[in-house]
Ligand binder design. Structure first.
Ligand code: PGA
Ligand code: ZN
Length: 420
């Protein structure tokens, strides 16, 4: 599906000259989700069935080239915040419905890049305020299910977190070795090794549990110890299973279950398997279920809210007040500007919530989230599996950052995860 790329040019004074200016360009591309939260900022699509099956983005592109460019050309924006506030005001709606969050975010991120270049610093430094940097544990989504794959697995994401490493570089190697081991195990068992949207394998399995069991086998085959070296993170994306107040195992057995029933599954999985993070363990419209889940498991694992919070500071505040989750998933395009994303991150940290940075299932080669993860010391991110260039692009950028920072940066390791 098409997406929006924007380019921002900043006219900055040339060093040592009062008259001469430099034209500095910044460019950025927005991603797109498949299992989106209901309260995400609006992704503007043309809905013209004759182009891209309705998924065209000519309206969003026009909003950048005509409306935003016209308003902003020749103006001075001293900070990211000033730029983003002007974008928010120009749009004028609470959910960026007029210009489109895809149009607005493309400009916001391009501005950040142009500013970083103007100030002669890498993006991760421009986005950093603490003076401290941390390399993240890559949570690699090695088995895809749910809406991200044409298989019979209900839960969307089964990730490996190679945390027992001394660097990001080593951690990625451990993850890739496990990914390859998993491929050979799937092959041997006669399962498909085709991949899903985020680059994880998408086999038809006997059960959702089998996904975890096979991953544990792969970790061992690669020479690592589950729990000690590599643990498991899960995003079942349960909002996709929620129907009339119940959870439906829509891809396998069609079984229906209450929030209490689903909670029992999570409790038994967490007792049985080395699971350290559970994202969207309950659906976005099941706040009561979320409260039960949090009360029961918040001291055992990281409970990350994705669909329920939508990277939105006002919704996160409601969640904090209601005692929901202990971590928030961060996706820039759920809220639509860099500044609001940072506002959500600051709020999370102030309330002792973790931030888990994330790609979308529809990604591009843009690597902004790699820099953001290091800049805000998130300690962990999810940006795909062991393959697919649009995911690997983020890993490569993280390798560059680690190389550049050298001894000045530490690898987060297991401590990145809540309660570990
Ligand atoms: P999406 O899913 O990018 O398809 O919305 C990712 C997630 O649920 O974390
Ligand atoms: Zn999710």
């Amino acid at each position: 599906n098409p997406t929006v790329e924007a380019e921002v040019t900043i006219e900055a004074p040339l060093k040592g000259s009062k008259k001469m200016v430099r034209n500095i360009k910044g460019r950025s591309i927005v991603p797109s989700g498949a299992s989106t939260g209901e309260r995400e900022a609006v992704e503007l699509r043309d809905n013209d069935p004759k182009r891209y099956g309705g998924k065209g983005v000519t309206m969003a592109v026009n909003n950048v080239n005509k409306i935003i460019a016209k308003q902003f050309t020749g103006k001075i924006f001293a900070t990211q915040q000033a730029m983003d506030n002007a974008l928010i005001t120009l749009d004028g709606t609470p959910n960026k419905a007029k210009l489109g969050a895809n149009a607005i975010l493309a400009v916001s991120m391009a501005y950040a890049r142009a500013m970083a270049t103007t100030l002669e610093m890498p993006l991760y430094r421009f986005l950093n305020t603490s003076g401290k940097f941390t390399m993240p544990v890559p949570c690699m989504n090695v088995i895809n299910g749910g809406k991200h794959a044409d298989n019979n697995v209900d839960f969307q994401e089964f990730m490996i977190a190679p945390h027992n490493a001394t660097s990001f570089k080593e951690s990625i190697r451990m993850g890739e070795e496990t990914f390859h081991a998993l491929k050979s195990i799937l092959n041997k068992k006669g399962y498909s090794t085709g991949v899903g949207d985020e680059g994880g394998f998408a086999p038809n399995l006997k059960s959702n549990e089998e996904a975890v069991e096979i991953i544990l086998e792969a970790i061992q085959k690669a020479g690592y110890t589950p729990g000690k070296d590599i643990s498991i993170c899960i995003d079942p994306a349960t909002s996709e299973m929620w129907e009339d107040g119940q959870y439906v195992f829509f891809k396998s057995t069609k079984q229906k279950m209450s929030s209490e029933g689903l909670l029992k599954i999570w409790e038994s999985w967490i007792n049985q398997y080395p699971i350290i993070l559970l994202e969207d363990g309950m659906a976005e419209n099941d706040w009561e279920g979320w409260k039960l889940l949090t009360a029961q498991l918040k001291n055992k694992v990281e409970l990350t809210g994705d669909d329920i919070f939508c990277t939105n500071p006002s919704i996160l505040q409601r969640g904090i007040d209601a005692g929901i989750a202990n971590s928030v998933l961060i996706k820039l395009n759920q809220i639509g500007t860099v500044t609001e994303t940072i506002e959500t991150i600051d709020m999370a940290y102030k309330n002792k919530y973790n931030c888990f940075i994330s790609h979308r299932s529809g990604e591009t080669e843009d690597t902004t989230i790699a820099d953001l993860t290091v800049a805000i010391n998130a300690g962990h991110l999810k940006t795909g599996s062991g393959c697919r260039g649009e995911r690997i692009a983020k890993f490569n950028q993280l390798l560059r950052i680690e190389d550049e920072l050298g001894k000045a940066v530490k690898f987060a390791g297991i401590k990145a995860f809540k309660n570990k």
